[in-house]
Design a protein around this ligand. Structure first.
Ligand code: COA
Ligand code: AMP
Length: 625
């Protein structure tokens, strides 16, 4: 038995003790006397009698412990040619000041603040400022269109929205303010104010409800941290479900902070004073957890990188960042490495930089294909650690715990469950399957701290989506198996969620958009394999009887419609007009069969099919023959 086995066993044999012990890493205004309240399953609450402030723990605690002059956050932006370092003292002061801005604008404990920003340090400042005053932030990824933002505004009903005049995508400047204005026009709920960070690349025109970030900061009185209950929400993060309505994943402060603080040294092998570079976006869970909260809770230095792995200026940027800031652990999605590999297959940019500080590469967000795994590990010559988790879980479920011990790697598996995660595989009837057999990946309840306690204002959907399929288990939505050595293999989603360039999207919501076109009778969107983005959506539409549009024009309109309604991030570029869609006799579209054929598998014709002729006619389109 190694160190990992001992720690894992301790976490399952005595979770109370394990997690109370982990909670000792934080400052509590009221220390928790117990770890878990399981009196109302499946609504489990961590550290129910504890009180703390997460922003104090992320900032003030380190300043108080003489880390004030250490770099907390380094903004590295090749797209604007900027590098800016915030020490723990400076970041604490900025956050306290912006907390004062929010308080002045009427934001109180429990109020929501929507943050719609590009990758600028002010995004992290806004998040932490909310945490400081006990407000609940909801960050919306900048690649979403106004309608998606409006849906989130209506669900979260924010008092204030924080945004910026623009984002920068490679060489393109994307104006955010018109998108925000449009979203507020579309939403039924209207925030009291919008705080806008003016960026020099595009000045936004300001309306009467808009407040200038700099002016507000200059006038603000810094606010002190407000202790809140451990179980109070720290944030809501919307994620794609199977319908057009996103799920508002709620994150409680105490459990999340304990789990993240535990994960930094034990999983990511990053201690106070060391540097982690998470190349993601604050709009995704990876950004929430490992750009903002976890590194700061650990007293480490975090890199907030504005740019792509390739393009502006070249495919050597990740190595440059590692060398410039002495990064120890790099965390990104496999798609970023596929993008680098495509542009620089021989890794010729690498020798230009001293990357000797880099000890580990962590990859998550989508399946790590063996080719990318081998390329990354051969090119860098360091352990490449695949790990599996979700917006819902807040931190990894399955990983190779580099900070405890490196377990032998089996390519294709993110390795073994982390403490507190009782991962099992069930068949359709809810029975455990044997080693190596595929089934639904579930987690036996209760889940460890950090995992979602519920969905925002929707306990019923929480139960329906995650808890109803198998009583006593959380349904991850992924399928896979566990081998006889306890290694978990994640084979992919079993629902209509797809992963495009590490971004989680719903094919159901794209179908809703395509179906709204007046010429479309019915449609299907499936995620098909893509060598760069992992998966990309493809749309198939059947026209209404008697409608005969120019097909090229229609295809263009449909692509644009998805871009306008969901956002560029949907990456739907391919829509085919077809005569009919293959269905079962009960009328269900055979999306899984379509996906298999599109991915080049020899799919058998399902026995439940209504008409095999329809599938035969579609086969060449799916295979792009
Ligand atoms: N604001 C506005 N638009 C955005 C955006 C943002 N924050 N993020 C993406 N977009 C746009 C892109 O510009 C692109 O627009 P286009 O179709 O007009 O070119 C579209 O949305 C699709 O973006 P993306 O899927 O990211 O493709 P890309 O070609 O721009 O970049 C990668 C591909 C692989 C380089 C990039 O996705 C990446 O670095 N991913 C890895 C890291 C990551 O973010 N992981 C997420 C979770 S770990
Ligand atoms: P998100 O909620 O955006 O983080 O996406 C979560 C989903 O991404 C999971 O349910 C998986 O389908 C997929 N995913 C994340 N990490 C991995 C991984 N390491 N291997 C396979 N799939 C992954």
């Amino acid at each position: 038995m190694g160190a990992y086995d001992d720690i894992f066993r301790a976490s399952v044999e005595d979770p109370e003790r394990f997690w109370l012990n982990a909670a000792g890493a934080l400052d509590w205004n009221v220390a928790p006397t117990r770890a878990l309240d399981s009196s109302n399953p499946p609504f489990y609450r961590w550290f129910p009698d504890g009180e703390l402030n997460v922003a104090h723990n992320a900032l003030d605690r380190h300043v108080d412990a003489s880390r004030g002059d250490q770099a907390a956050l380094i903004y590295d932006s090749p797209v604007t040619g900027t590098q800016r370092t915030y020490t723990y003292s400076q970041l604490r002061d900025e956050v306290a000041r912006f907390a004062g801005v929010l308080t002045h604008l009427g934001v109180a404990v429990g109020d929501r603040v929507v943050i719609y920003m590009p990758m600028v340090p002010e995004a992290a400042v806004a998040m932490l400022a909310c945490a400081r005053i006990g407000a609940v932030h909801s960050v919306v990824f900048g690649g979403f269109a106004p309608k998606e933002l409006a849906v989130r505004i209506d669900d979260a009903t924010p008092t204030v929205i924080v945004s910026a005049s623009c984002g920068i995508e490679g060489k393109r400047v994307i104006e955010y303010k018109p998108l925000l204005d449009r979203a507020i026009e579309l939403s039924a709920h209207k925030p009291a104010k919008q705080v806008i960070l003016q960026r020099p690349q595009a000045e936004a025109s300001m309306g009467e409800n808009d407040v200038d970030w700099v002016e507000a900061m200059n006038a603000a009185t810094p606010a002190d941290p407000v202790p809140v209950r451990s179980t109070d929400p720290l944030y809501i993060l919307y994620t794609s479900g199977t319908t057009g309505k996103p799920k508002g994943v709620v994150r409680d402060g105490g459990g999340y902070a304990v789990a993240l603080a535990w994960s930094m040294p034990n999983v990511y092998a990053v201690d106070a004073g060391e540097t982690i570079f998470t190349a993601s976006d604050v709009g995704w869970v990876v950004g929430h957890s490992y750009i903002v909260y976890a590194p700061l809770l650990a007293g480490a230095t975090t890199i907030l990188y504005e740019g792509k792995p390739v393009g502006t200026p070249d495919a050597g940027q990740f190595w440059r960042v590692v060398a410039d800031h002495k990064v120890k652990s790099l965390f990104t999605a496999p798609t970023a490495f596929r993008a680098i590999k495509k542009e620089d297959p021989k890794g010729e940019h690498l020798p230009t930089y001293d990357v000797s500080s880099l000890k580990y590469l962590f990859l998550a967000g989508e399946r790590l294909d063996p080719e990318t795994y081998h390329w990354a590990s051969d090119t860098l010559g360091i352990p490449v650690i695949d790990h599996w988790w979700q917006t819902e879980t807040g931190w990894p479920i399955v990983a190779n715990p580099a900070g405890i011990e490196l377990l032998p790697v089996k390519p294709g598996s993110p390795t073994r469950p982390l403490p507190g995660w009782d991962v099992q595989i069930l068949d359709i009837a809810g029975k455990p399957v044997g080693a190596g057999e595929d089934g639904a990946i579930v987690v036996k309840l209760p889940m460890p701290p950090g995992a979602l306690p519920t969905l925002w204002n929707d306990d019923e959907r929480f139960i329906r989506s995650y808890m109803a399929a198998f009583e006593g288990y959380y349904l991850t939505g992924d399928g896979g198996n566990i081998d006889d050595e306890g290694y978990v293999y994640v084979m992919g989603r079993t629902d209509d969620v797809i992963n495009v360039a590490g971004h989680r999207l719903s094919t159901g919501s794209m179908e809703e958009v395509l179906a709204s076109h007046p010429d479309v009778a019915e449609c299907a969107v499936i995620g098909v394999a893509d060598s760069m983005k992992g998966q990309i959506p493809r749309g198939f539409v059947v026209l209404k009887a008697g409608v005969e549009p120019d097909e090229d024009t229609l295809r263009g309109e449909l692509v644009q419609l998805v871009r306008d309604q969901i956002g560029a991030v949907a990456s739907l570029k391919d829509v085919a007009v077809v005569a009919a869609l293959p269905k079962t006799r009960s009328g269900k579209i055979l999306r899984k069969t379509m996906r298999g054929i599109a991915d080049g598998h020899d799919e058998p014709v399902p026995s439940t099919i209504e008409s095999a002729d329809v599938l035969d006619a579609l086969r060449p389109v799916l295979r792009r023959e």
